[in-house]
Write a protein that binds this ligand. Structure first.
Ligand SMILES: [Zn+2]
Length: 417
């Protein structure tokens, strides 16, 4: 079976869409509770009893009216998840909070996705997808809109020829798809020279806990068709950051990929001047298009260069991101990770390297930043701004990111030995 990777990003539903998504979520929770109750009654004390069959749940679903709010992909997935849980142990009474569930979804343009059960596309930063995934989505879209064009042309010909059924169908077709016309005509997406992916039809929605309550996120699955072989040798260690997107260390020494937007980016992002927007306008989409412009112009080239450099090595050591830690100490960095697509890039590199390279993910708790890279005494570094001095051996003028990259290189070598 070919390998797959998942890519997750934020969703920005408007208030009405959000309440519909929340309703779907409530329904999924209600279905789970009902399944859990039935399971408990059917198998008291036996947690590995034969699980509920899909057909039985479908019957239940029709009777209970679940299908009104839940698309069949979600319902089937809910049952599959439930059965997996029931097979290995006691079933929790409630659906786990951040459990991802299948949803029918279409990446209709770079700024929005259509989701099952919602009438209008939901704003989503699909332009942040790494290049091979962006290209796979563009290929999918090309096929999809190609089929739509074909259908529409057939209907147009029949309508012009006086076919009244086709005439009515053409009206529906135009009304359904016309609003996406402008958005879907995106700039051409280049082919990634290293990776070839294909979008799979198994998208999931996950509610991630956040400071402002649970936020919906979309997870796309891609089949990995091809990964280029590494062209260099040895290990590369990579320290992700805001000031420098990546600081890397290999046998060739240190390499920096500086953030070209440094000093230009402030959270929260500036909004349109107050009083300049009418209610019917779409500030959400406008914000995404502006973000796409800045990310595309400033960050894409550096991200692509860093990605190619990292994937050129057969061994990779990378620091894991401690998101909970950032939310306590550096909320700016957390906002940056989502806005810039850096979180997506980071996870993408780990997923691909895990398939094709020797990979060590060094936990943030390993202390790569505070350990002195000269004498290796933990928590010995004292920083003022970017520069550090070691309290143990006295080494001075150590750059914060370089010091971390040196430590990651050493930890990576030890982990992969
Ligand atoms: Zn030291």
């Amino acid at each position: 079976m070919p390998e797959t990777i998942n890519i997750e990003h934020e969703l920005y539903p408007d208030a009405a869409q959000r309440s519909q998504l929340e309703q779907q979520r409530q329904m999924a929770c209600a279905v789970w509770r009902s399944l859990a109750e039935q399971h408990a009654r059917a198998a008291p004390g036996h947690h590995n009893e034969p699980a509920l069959s899909r057909a039985r749940v479908r019957t239940l679903a029709r009777r209970a009216g679940w299908t009104r709010d839940l698309c069949s992909a979600t319902l089937d997935d809910l049952v599959a998840v439930f059965n997996r849980v029931a097979r290995v142990g006691p079933v929790p009474a409630e659906l786990p909070e951040d459990q991802a569930l299948r949803i029918s979804a279409r990446p209709v343009c770079d700024f929005a996705a259509e989701l099952g059960g919602l009438e209008t596309p939901v704003a989503a930063p699909l332009f942040l997808l790494p290049s091979a995934a962006h290209r796979a989505v563009a290929d999918w879209r090309g096929d999809f809109f190609g089929r739509l064009d074909l259908q529409q042309n057939t209907l147009k010909q029949a309508a012009v020829a006086g076919n009244s059924t086709a005439d009515a169908q053409l009206l529906t077709h135009l009304a359904r798809w016309i609003s996406l016309d402008g958005l879907a005509r995106a700039a051409p997406v280049p082919v990634c020279p290293l990776i070839k992916l294909t979008l799979q039809e198994s998208t999931r929605l996950r509610w991630a806990p956040g400071p402002a309550g649970p936020q919906p996120r979309l997870i796309w699955t891609f089949r990995v068709d091809d990964i280029a072989a590494p062209r260099l040798t040895g290990l590369v260690a990579a320290d992700p950051g805001l000031r420098r997107l990546w600081t890397t260390r290999s046998r060739r020494g240190l390499t920096h990929f500086d953030n070209p937007m440094l000093g230009q980016w402030r959270p929260p992002l500036p909004a349109a001047p107050p009083g300049t927007l009418r209610r019917s306008w779409q500030p959400g989409l406008a914000k995404l298009q502006r973000q796409a412009l800045l990310v595309g112009h400033h960050l894409r080239p550096v991200q692509a260069e860093a990605f190619q450099y990292l994937m050129a090595h057969p061994e990779l050591a990378v620091e894991g991101l401690d998101l909970a830690g950032f939310s306590r100490t550096g909320p700016d960095y957390l906002a940056w990770l989502d806005w810039s697509g850096a979180l997506i890039q980071h996870r993408y590199i780990i997923a691909l390297a895990g398939l094709s390279r020797r990979l060590a993910v060094i936990p943030a708790q390993a202390g790569a930043t505070r350990t002195c890279s000269v004498c290796q005494v933990p928590r010995a570094m004292h920083f003022e701004g970017r520069q550090g001095r070691c309290r143990a051996c006295g080494a001075g003028n150590l750059d914060r990111d370089d010091n971390a990259a040196e430590n990651l290189y050493r930890l990576g070598q030890a982990a992969l030995r």
